[in-house]
Design a protein around this ligand. Structure first.
Ligand SMILES: *[C@@H]1O[C@H](CO)[C@@H](O)[C@H](O)[C@H]1NC(C)=O
Length: 262
């Protein structure tokens, strides 16, 4: 049997709410209206002030920019006058000073642009470079092949046929060591670094030689070394040719490439 009382259907009236101290009853809004009105007005004024402030600031910034633009235009006009007319001697001084300033500004802008372009192209400051160790797997051609698993390659690509392709133009330090373990029957032992620009024939960058006594029973080695800085183009291909790959000691044969600057 349920013992709960359903108050909805109970015939008892709800008990009267006891009067709270300090509360005089009557409509609550009536006594606060002046205060509410005052606060609303203050808030409205604050909003107007903030809004007005923003408008003033925007206006001020745009006039400042206009003035700067006007200054640039007048400096350009002065430069143009310097170029067009035959200026008097004190004008020449002024003109050269103006020119000097312009050169400084242009240089700053172009280096900044270059840095930004480099960052955007490369996505980071990682420097394009390659450190190649030669591939034990010889192949038939006299172009050196490089191990793809043991070489370090950053932003330079390497093909299976031993060709490096430059992705970012600039000045590169190139270093190459090729070690030979046997003399050739007819030709001197040599290594040649070749470069091929897109749509051109290969051309020689560096060539070096070394010699070994022929018909020697004592094992002997000689190393050809090359180091130089070259400006390389995007898409330029580099490879190393030797007299005869069968005479090369692969263990002491390396190639390095490091991008120095634009
Ligand atoms: C480099 O070696 C390759 C492979 O032997 C050969 O086909 C090519 O003609 C050589 N290039 C030059 C310029 O000597």
């Amino acid at each position: 049997m349920s013992t709960t009382i359903n108050t909805y259907h109970s015939s008892f009236n709800p008990p009267p709410v006891p009067p709270r101290p300090g509360h005089r009853g009557g409509p609550v809004l009536a006594s606060n209206t002046p205060l509410v009105k005052f606060i609303s007005v203050v808030l409205l004024l604050l909003m107007i002030q903030t809004f007005g402030g923003f408008i003033y600031l925007f206006h001020k910034i745009s006039t400042l920019q206009d003035r700067r633009y006007d200054n640039e235009i007048s400096a350009l006009k002065q430069l143009q006058q310097c170029a067009e007319t035959n200026p008097a001697s004190d004008d020449i001084q002024y003109c050269s000073k103006l020119m000097e300033l312009y050169r400084i500004v242009l240089k700053k802008v172009s280096t900044a642009e270059g840095r930004v372009a480099f960052l955007m192209e490369t996505g980071s400051y990682t420097i394009p470079q390659a450190r190649l160790v030669s591939n034990k797997d010889m192949g038939q051609s006299n172009t050196l092949l490089w191990s793809t698993s043991h070489s370090v390659l950053d932003k330079v690509s390497l093909s299976m046929s031993g060709v490096l392709t430059i992705q970012y133009p600039g000045y590169y330090l190139i270093q190459s060591h090729v070690t030979f373990s046997k003399a050739h029957a007819k030709d001197p032992l040599k290594q040649v670094i070749l470069s091929q620009k897109t749509g051109k024939r290969p051309s020689e960058l560096l060539r070096s030689f070394c010699s070994l006594p022929s018909g020697n029973t004592i094992p002997s080695l000689c190393t050809t070394s090359e180091t130089a800085v070259f400006r390389l183009e995007k898409g330029e291909r580099l490879f190393v040719n030797v007299t005869d790959k069968q005479l090369v000691n692969m263990e002491f044969t390396t190639f390095g490439l490091f991008r120095l600057q634009d």
